[in-house]
Design a protein around this ligand. Sequence first.
Ligand code: GLU
Length: 279
Amino acid sequence: MAKRGAVTRFAPSPTGLLHLGHAHSALFAHALAGEGGRFLLRIEDIDRGRCRPEFQAAIHEDLAWLGLRWEAGVRRQSEHMADYARALDALDGMGLVYPCFCTRAEIRAEIVRSGAAPHGPDGPLYPGTCRGLADAAARVAAGESHALRLDMGRAVARAGPLAWHDRGRGRVAARPEIFGDAVLARKDTPTSYHLAVTVDDAIQGVSLVTRGADLFQATHVHRLLQALLGLGVPEYRHHRLLADDKGQRLAKRHDSLAIRRLRERGYTADEVRAMAGIG
Ligand code: GLU
């Protein structure tokens, strides 16, 4: 029987020009949608300080120039804050969320003071300073700036053992605790990468999440949020990351490898597709 197509997505942040690494990621997601599948584009623009409309326009142009077509109805995260707020409310109703008033400097100082600094994928783990604060509600009511964190211990206890299927690695047991009390809503934005992506993939019916291997660890947290929120569980496939000739992973600073710059220098779309490792 023919394998049915998947629903995949490419989800860039409009904080700079797309480079060859993005081209690889977009082409990879598009290819894995397969025959009869659907390929979606999502703009991850929750970081208001860094996202720019001109980069968003460039994403559309550069992807179209590469020959990609995506389904109508591009989802822009900045337009869906109500969806993330609903998810946060649900987690809060389970007693799994707490406000964190700490500044970065305070967190650093607390880590030094405690002498123990377990590291997670995003750096040293939050030491839990604000977990269980007696005056938390009063400080929130008084308008004190705060982030919202997941009480990881309680969340993991509630969800029990979890796993996901990764097309590259097979069954992966979820270990969300490696992130500690992850941020669900930032001080400056009422959501976070982990929460927004998990909610969006479910709402958009993404059946196969493809993204770079640098985000492999994030899936541990996403799997936990899916279980807590009763969301469907997609399959995953994490792809290799492109590097420059010195072995450095491609990043925004590699302006010369931006799709737009290559195009300006006369490369054809076919050539750029080949350079991105998917001919
Ligand atoms: N927006 C993320 C990025 O640009 C990708 C999100 C995801 O695929 O989960 O790296």
